[in-house]
Write a protein that binds this ligand. Structure first.
Ligand code: NAD
Length: 255
């Protein structure tokens, strides 16, 4: 049994990973802005008989991030695994890209990973064991037009992953990234609509001609594909894997 913090876990990929880890008997701190976050945390605790906490910490507010980690350390005793998953998206050509959307995407998708990692680091180092898993994206390795902030933030986390892997190398901490292709979650549903507008296409045309054209395997990635990999990275068997960005994207970045 491990104690796991998963940011942005009251929806989509984070929620799926939370359920997967809870099913395996791990305690979870769930975080996210969904209004029913506390109910989600309780239902996971009831279903899988593990301890859960719900934290509404806003990943744009460093003080709330440090309080969230402190709450997990106090309630669970320690934090073994941190999964940085919270993320937002905005799709627009650069000349119309709103500055406040740039700032928010860099803040949630990248800077929050610095704060959460910093907050768990001392405890993991003292115990000589820790796992940090960043859910980046194929866009942490490749670019697409109209996603300047998202691609910049995800590439930034790819760099942070490598840096912290080196810093954690001699204190039992591994730091890796999982790079999904397209997963049909609320975030992607929003992108389909935005891209349709940006490209002047129907939503079905966006799915077939814009999104999945980049993936040789023409299917959406399933959340459990990501959760199973996260579970392996969190295990002792993965102790020699660190600083890696592991694609789960149907061959997108092989090209
Ligand atoms: P989602 O919209 O379903 O969930 C995002 C979660 O992040 C939600 O719980 C939301 O409340 C939370 N969040 C957003 N802003 C926050 C903030 N300021 N503070 C705290 N929580 C906040 O999205 P998803 O598709 O499940 O995406 C999860 C992660 O996976 C993101 O980092 C995303 O970039 C990445 N990803 C998604 C896909 C995909 O196709 N869905 C592909 C590659 C990478």
């Amino acid at each position: 049994m491990k104690n796991v913090i998963i940011t942005g876990s009251t929806s989509g990929i984070g929620l799926g990973i939370a359920r997967y880890f809870a099913k395996a008997g791990n305690n979870i701190l769930l975080n996210g802005l969904e209004k029913n976050g506390a109910e989600i945390a309780k239902s996971i605790s009831d279903e899988f008989e593990v301890q859960t906490i719900y934290s509404p910490a806003n990943m744009l507010e460093p003080a709330q991030i440090y309080d969230m980690v402190a709450e997990a350390e106090t309630t669970f005793g320690k934090v073994d695994v941190l999964i940085n998953n919270a993320g937002i998206q905005f799709v627009s050509p650069i000349e119309e890209f709103p500055t406040e959307r740039w700032d928010a995407i860099i803040g949630v998708n990248m800077t929050s990973c610095f704060h959460t990692s910093k907050a768990v680091w001392t405890g993991m180092k003292d115990r000589n064991w820790g796992r940090i898993i960043n859910i980046t994206s194929a866009h942490g390795l490749r670019a697409s037009a109209f996603k300047s902030a998202y691609v910049a933030a995800k590439h930034g986390v790819t760099g942070l992953t490598k840096t912290l892997a080196i810093e954690g190398a001699n204190c039992g901490i591994t730091v890796n990234a999982i790079c999904p292709g397209y997963v049909k979650t609320p975030l992607v549903e929003g992108q389909i609509a935005d891209q349709a507008k940006a490209h002047g296409m129907t939503e079905e045309e966006v799915i077939q001609n814009v999104m999945l054209t980049k993936q040789p395997i023409k299917e959406f990635v399933e959340i459990n594909d990501l959760a199973a990999l996260a579970m392996f990275i969190a295990s002792d068997a993965a102790k020699m894997i660190t600083g890696a960005s592991i694609p789960v994207e149907g061959g997108w970045t092989a090209q």
